[in-house]
Design a protein around this ligand. Structure first.
Ligand code: PLP
Length: 369
């Protein structure tokens, strides 16, 4: 198994070691270090946002954004069912209720046209999530937000540097979140950021992520928050990664085109679309949806041939942990349910070599034709 091709490996070949060494040798290792502010301001700027608040991971970025907009007990947040648990669990952790919509069969992104029918008197926010490399329809969500007086959150954890109708992902809606986990376009190992143009929301992020310290008297607290602070060491990595982001996105696009060309002959599989009406695919991952065999069967075949894969997200409305919710009982979101069973993705990391890509294609064509 020595030449097993993992589903993802990051690319660390810029100034990462230099900046981390600087952080260590100057003794600035906590969140009180100069790289944190620099990374926040440069990343916010990269997203065409005024403010950036770095955190420990993308899940915390969502929790912080939800706290900043004031989600509390009984508030409903509308979101896609086809996404990571983080989107829903953070709402639940604040006492809120996640309400799910189906996704589009071609792009796996949420059906913006199915959101309005889910709006109730308890709805407080809509969460748009960009999935796998293409974007969801943020304009429709923003319009609905205005019309019904709701906050719009953009989870751009898979869409650093992506654009929606020419506008940067992360600049859409009231508040946007990112993850810098090792498999994202840029990484800090673990890490995340909330970005916004709204001073008040930003101030709340800074407050809630830092144990709700107040200026008046340190160690006196009127509210409870979290410690979600990113370290200077992580920010050092992030800064070096951000310097290379254009190159990283080029690599992903090239990978996607390579796979699409070589795998075009796989008749029983749906390959990802090169673009939708809003964006050109950045191929955060390269997803395949089978038309006959179940994903588990295919993934086990490919695993035996040394190809790493991952299944698609599991429908959030079917999560065992959410069985307590009456409103989810018997809910059917057919596209989400079907792609969750039939979909998987293949090695898509930034450090995948041309030889590895070719081998992935050769084996897929052998095993799946
Ligand atoms: C990765 C991801 C997250 C969570 O980020 P972590 O850093 O792993 O906590 C949230 N939302 C989406 C869409 C993601 O892909």
């Amino acid at each position: 198994m020595s030449d097993f091709i993992p589903v993802n490996t990051p690319l660390i070949e810029g100034n990462e070691i230099k900046y981390v060494t600087e952080a260590l040798s100057t003794g600035w290792i906590s969140s009180e270090g100069p790289f944190v502010k620099e990374f926040e301001s440069k990343f916010a700027n990269f997203c065409d946002r005024k403010f950036g608040s770095s955190v420990t991971n993308g899940t915390d970025a969502l929790l912080l954004a939800l706290m900043a907009i004031g989600i509390k007990k009984g508030d409903e947040v509308i979101m896609p069912s086809f996404t990571i648990i983080s989107c829903a669990q953070t709402v639940v952790q604040l006492g809120g209720i996640p309400v799910f919509v189906d996704c589009d069969a071609d792009t796996y992104n949420m059906r913006a046209d199915q959101v309005e029918e889910k709006i109730s008197s308890k709805t407080k926010a809509i969460m748009g999530v960009h999935i796998y490399g293409l974007t969801c329809d943020m304009d429709v969500l923003t319009e609905l937000g205005k019309k019904h007086n709701l906050f719009v959150i953009e989870d751009a954890a898979e869409a650093h540097g992506q654009t929606y109708k020419g506008k940067k992902c992360g600049s859409l809606g009231d508040i946007s979140t990112f993850s810098f986990y090792a498999n994202k376009h840029i990484t800090t190992g673990e890490g995340g950021m909330v970005v916004t143009d709204n001073q008040e929301l930003f101030d709340k992020c800074q407050y809630y992520k830092n144990l709700c310290f107040t200026r008046e008297r340190r160690f006196v607290h009127t509210e409870l928050g979290h410690n979600m602070r990113m370290t200077n060491i992580q920010a050092a990595i992030g800064l070096a990664q951000l310097e290379q982001i254009d190159k990283f996105i080029e690599i992903k696009k090239e990978m996607g085109k390579f796979y699409s060309e070589k795998l075009a002959g796989l008749k029983n599989y749906t390959l990802p679309k090169e673009r939708n009406e809003f964006s050109e695919n950045h191929y955060w991952v390269y997803p395949l949806v089978s038309k006959d065999l179940k994903a588990t069967e295919i993934m086990s075949k490919l695993g035996k041939r040394g190809i790493g894969t991952r299944p698609f997200f599991y429908p959030l409305h079917k999560q065992p942990v959410f069985e307590i919710y009456e409103h989810l009982k018997g809910q059917s979101l057919p596209i989400t349910e079907s792609i969750a069973e039939m979909g998987f993705y293949i090695p898509s990391g930034l450090s995948l070599t041309t030889d590895q890509r070719q081998r992935v294609c050769d084996i897929l064509l052998e095993e799946l034709s």
